[in-house]
Design a protein around this ligand. Structure first.
Ligand SMILES: Nc1ncnc2c1ncn2[C@@H]1O[C@H](COP(=O)(O)OP(=O)(O)O)[C@@H](O)[C@H]1O
Ligand SMILES: [Mg+2]
Length: 254
């Protein structure tokens, strides 16, 4: 089983888009069993698949805070064959405070998901912060994919993730955790974007994705309809870019 997390503390870097569509590609195109776990209180991974997450119980939050509730009780089938989802909603905002005094607060997710089997992939969508929710994800995966919106401060965010991964490896003995791929996103052909792209490749040689995700409005539209890009506009440039990336992730098995 491969466990892959899409992480960047910056909002709007394409985490949710890439997590949802990569998961849907592995399930729909490659016929694998995939579990998508949303750890962002905004709940957009579930929303992108057409779930009305606001009133959904149990959600990932209930699993995390109720010692007697197994993850399997909160996993839902999506309309994409082979793709199951553990949705999040606003309740997940309370998680950091709820567990602040628990000595095992960083391991809640890993502990709960340890009992889940039958999946070829577990894919995580993460919140736009490097707090306890992201720490939980890092202890429940091996591969970190970092989508980077090519803007001026993008590299600051990357440095923060590199540092956090290193800290999790050392403090929690999670030696198999690594950044496997850095994905340039929302690319526009400007000099600044090209400069940042060059820097990114220099910082992450061999780990910067060959696929560059450019702007394509079909990607945004698909999400607003609760559909994957292949359901909504399989012929679009957006679909081609997302498929190319999903294939790269497929091949990047460390
Ligand atoms: N390549 C793209 N082209 C156009 N819009 C995009 C693209 N990728 C993402 N978006 C849109 O940008 C917004 C932010 O993307 P999202 O994946 O939600 O980022 P994050 O999860 O990192 O906050 C969403 O509305 C999404 O539909
Ligand atoms: Mg998101």
């Amino acid at each position: 089983m491969r466990r892959i997390a899409f992480i960047n503390e910056k909002g709007g870097s394409c985490k949710t888009t890439l997590a949802v569509n990569t998961a849907a590609y592995f399930a729909g195109h490659r016929k694998r069993r995939v579990l998508l776990v949303d750890m962002d209180p905004q709940g957009q991974a579930g929303k992108s698949l057409g779930f009305y997450v606001r009133d959904m119980h149990p959600s990932v939050y209930d699993v995390l805070i109720d010692p007697d509730l197994p993850a399997s009780a909160a996993i839902r089938q999506s309309h994409v064959e082979g793709l199951d989802v553990l949705v999040a909603n606003k309740t997940l905002s309370d998680f950091p405070l709820d567990v602040a005094q628990h000595p095992d607060r960083e391991r809640k997710l890993a502990d709960k998901l340890a009992a889940v089997d039958g999946y070829d992939f577990v894919i995580y969508d993460s919140p736009p912060s490097m707090g306890i929710r992201t720490h939980n994800i890092m202890l429940a995966c091996e591969e970190v994919v970092v989508p980077v919106n090519l803007t001026y401060f993008a590299l600051d965010g990357c440095a923060e993730i590199v540092e956090t991964v290193e800290r999790m490896r050392q403090d929690f003995g999670k030696a198999d955790l690594q950044i496997t791929l850095v994905v340039p996103t929302l690319y526009r052909p400007t000099r600044l974007a090209d400069e940042i792209l060059t820097k990114l490749r220099k910082h992450f040689p061999g780990r910067t994705a060959r696929t560059i995700i450019g702007y394509n409005v079909k990607i945004d539209e698909a999400q607003s309809h609760g559909k994957t890009i292949w359901e909504y506009a399989s012929w679009s440039r957006g679909a081609h870019m997302l498929e190319s990336l999903a294939k790269e992730i497929w091949r990047s098995n460390p």
